[in-house]
Design a protein around this ligand. Sequence first.
Ligand SMILES: CC(C)(COP(=O)(O)OP(=O)(O)OC[C@H]1O[C@@H](n2cnc3c(N)ncnc32)[C@H](O)[C@@H]1OP(=O)(O)O)[C@@H](O)C(=O)NCCC(=O)NCCS
Length: 150
Amino acid sequence: MNHKPLQALSIKPMRLYDMMFIRRIDQTNESQWPLRYYIKSLSSPHFYPYVARLGDTCVGSMMFRLIMPVMHIDKILIDKSYRRRGIGGKLFEKSIGIAKKKGALQAFLAVSVSNKYAVNFYSKYGFRIESIQRNYYATNDDGLKMVRFL
Ligand SMILES: CC(C)(COP(=O)(O)OP(=O)(O)OC[C@H]1O[C@@H](n2cnc3c(N)ncnc32)[C@H](O)[C@@H]1OP(=O)(O)O)[C@@H](O)C(=O)NCCC(=O)NCCS
């Protein structure tokens, strides 16, 4: 495991250069998103894609949309080798701060009931379960809709 000091951590808008890192991180995750989705987000005014970088290395990404006054959180993903070091939290808080500055008043997300780590993560940042959506995912997993006022 290559643990560069966290002082080198920066949260920045995603750029094309990050794609090779994002693809690798995505491929080692339990579920994948097509790379074209990330690439499309770079040129779409509806998406706000951000990354966490250690030096020049992208170690995580987050994507959200603003449909005012609501922030819709689509995805956050941290490289497996860098989890539990506070990077996800920093990326998440910065993204929420950006959405707030742009005028968002509430944030929504959906997460699989079986993804306990992510449910813990979102709960830590003040999200509460609003409803359960039966068979929400292609895997037939139920989804939790979680919400937070900003
Ligand atoms: C969820 C995820 C983004 C968290 O990133 P991270 O950088 O590891 O998170 P942090 O180190 O900032 O952790 C913040 C809090 O999240 C919770 N958490 C994160 N990982 C956890 C784990 N493995 N077990 C239990 N709680 C966990 C804890 O409350 C933690 O706070 P603590 O360290 O004070 O206990 C990361 O695990 C990930 O990329 N998972 C796969 C993708 C995913 O499921 N994304 C969410 C759905 S789109």
